[in-house]
Design a protein around this ligand. Sequence first.
Ligand SMILES: NC(=O)c1ccc[n+]([C@@H]2O[C@H](COP(=O)([O-])OP(=O)(O)OC[C@H]3O[C@@H](n4cnc5c(N)ncnc54)[C@H](O)[C@@H]3O)[C@@H](O)[C@H]2O)c1
Length: 261
Amino acid sequence: MDLCTAKHAFITGGASGLGLGMADAFLKRGINVTIADIDAEALAAVTASRGNNVRGALLDVRNREQWAKAKAEAEAACGPVDILCCNAGISPNGREFADMTLESFDIILAINLGGVVNGIFAFAADFRERGRGHIVVTSSQAGLITTVGGVGAYSVAKFGVTALGEQLRREMAPHGVGVSVLCPGYVQTNLGTNTVKIGGDVRQYSAAMPESTIGAADVGEMVADGVAQDAAYIITHKDVWRGVEKRMLGIKAACDYRLEN
Ligand SMILES: NC(=O)c1ccc[n+]([C@@H]2O[C@H](COP(=O)([O-])OP(=O)(O)OC[C@H]3O[C@@H](n4cnc5c(N)ncnc54)[C@H](O)[C@@H]3O)[C@@H](O)[C@H]2O)c1
């Protein structure tokens, strides 16, 4: 999408981390931003510090009625949304499947996948009707490959987001609407702290994390560029290819075996 024609971006989980990086990148390009977040305090602080082109919307992405209200109020204030970023999420719980509670699995799925689904249900038909706009769904490297034990529930949700984004891109392309799947590698944010704040279960999450070389502002710029380029995937850490290739080669080997047997 030509960002010069975009007037309004709506970003969930925009009061912190990657979502805030996206908000700043769009604001820098003269686009009005609605930041939607569950954290009222963070929302107030962020909107107060960023001038008149940003407004806050209190939203729990799990709640479909709140989505309808947040959308109606955002569009009444700033006009139709041109860019939707379904980004709100919580961290992996650090537990292997055999050790985690169903509640812990459910909250990860409800926010990380269900929250994106709800956003698509709230906005996609309007985007298609208007025949313009761009949707970014935040997946993860863990939505392209499975990694270490303890990230399993998160990976289930993020693979779901990747599938949703890929399918939506296919369905929306004939109508002039772009869709990108954002797959970040590790970036230092408040993900662990915020997850605990809203009642998520996180075991030794922060201690296990390496230094991140890419910041949230960098990711925001990559997202703005990805929207401008109508990128199918926005990859922040190119090393992920090694794991993706290994996964694909495993699938290819199974196909070759079927051909031969
Ligand atoms: N930071 C990373 O290394 C990384 C890597 C891959 C993917 N991601 C994904 O990026 C997205 C953003 O995470 P982040 O790292 O910026 O974390 P963050 O905690 O800094 O920001 C996430 C924001 O989402 C909000 N949020 C959480 N639950 C919500 C809900 N139910 N409704 C509305 N808002 C809610 C939080 O209040 C917070 O402001 C998440 O989807 C996360 O899974 C992050």
